[in-house]
Design a binder for this molecule. Structure first.
Ligand SMILES: [Zn+2]
Ligand SMILES: [Zn+2]
Length: 288
């Protein structure tokens, strides 16, 4: 059996592995295909593609966008986009600026609470264009202001905690459109975590292509429920570990094994969309 892991983060967002490390661990896990899905970034994709080519693993360009619909936060995974697509690059740069401003606001709140963290130390630690709360947590630990990242989230950074700042998000419908215009497929990430079931029909109307049924934090029962929903709405099925680095001493990569037949279905949807929508072949990323 061939398997894929289609949800992986690197240090180009809030993961701790380099693209090459991700691919190395993917190879150890015996993956036939993998996708990088950094938050608001496709920067790691070129290096991951090269490492995958050397390792004999099929690489799929991906991204994870934070969006909302009817005040419900939803994470959208994009697959097979043209990473050079101009509109995608412009919009991603805007989301990255929003993320950087949010870090400054969270640090300002911490300072009001007499926690002497500097925004610059978060940016230096993050060393990427898509900084997020995990980086603030790690900076707090590094500065000796919290013992663990979990403690930093509990005391300051979780939703409605004193240093939490709501994140300005794009609309989910815009997100689906952004991924599509770049030649990609739009997939709802980990619906079991965000409780986004009620907005599935609206996103399906907007052209949602798939749903992430298999995820580290989905129980077997949850996965089964989303497989039924996928069937009902004629959505493609995806899955991934959502690896951000080591978890309890082990890389999560390959912890979720998506049967390769689902990758075949994703590819045939991209190819059919390309010809139906009249997108020139050159804008469709060849997955091989
Ligand atoms: Zn997510
Ligand atoms: Zn993720």
């Amino acid at each position: 059996m061939k398997f894929a892991d289609l949800h992986l983060h690197t240090y180009f967002s809030d993961g701790t592995f380099s693209p090459e490390e991700v691919v190395g661990y993917g190879q150890k896990a015996g993956l036939a295909a993998l996708a990088l899905t950094d938050h608001d970034s496709v920067e790691g994709c070129t290096r991951a593609a090269a490492a995958c080519a050397a390792a004999g693993i099929e690489f799929i360009t991906g991204v994870e966008l934070t969006a909302e619909h009817d005040d419900i936060e939803v994470h959208l995974l994009g697959y097979f986009m043209d990473a050079q697509n101009e509109k995608l690059i412009v919009e991603i740069a805007k989301f990255q600026a929003v993320r950087q401003n949010r870090i400054r606001e969270m640090v300002a709140h911490l300072n009001e609470l007499n926690v002497p963290l500097e925004a610059e130390s978060v940016f230096v630690l993050a060393n990427c264009k898509s900084p997020g709360r995990p980086h603030v947590a790690r900076a707090l630990v590094k500065a000796g202001l919290c013992k663990t990242s979990d403690e930093a989230f509990e005391r300051f950074l979780k939703k409605n905690r004193p240093a939490w700042v709501p994140k300005a998000k794009m609309s989910a419908l815009q997100g689906v459109g952004l991924i599509h215009q770049a030649g990609g497929l739009a997939v709802m990430a980990h619906p079991g975590l965000n409780r986004t079931d009620e907005i599935i029909p609206a996103l399906v109307d907007a052209g949602l292509d798939g749903i992430e049924c298999f995820h580290t934090k989905h129980s077997t029962k949850t996965a089964e429920r989303y497989l039924e929903i996928a069937d009902k709405f004629n959505l493609l099925v995806t899955g991934g570990s959502d690896c951000h680095g080591f978890s309890k001493g082990k890389p999560l990569i390959g912890g979720v094994k998506l049967p390769y037949e689902h990758v075949e279905k994703l590819k045939s949807r991209v190819e059919n969309r390309g010809s139906r929508a009249g997108i020139p072949d050159s804008t469709l990323r060849n997955p091989h």
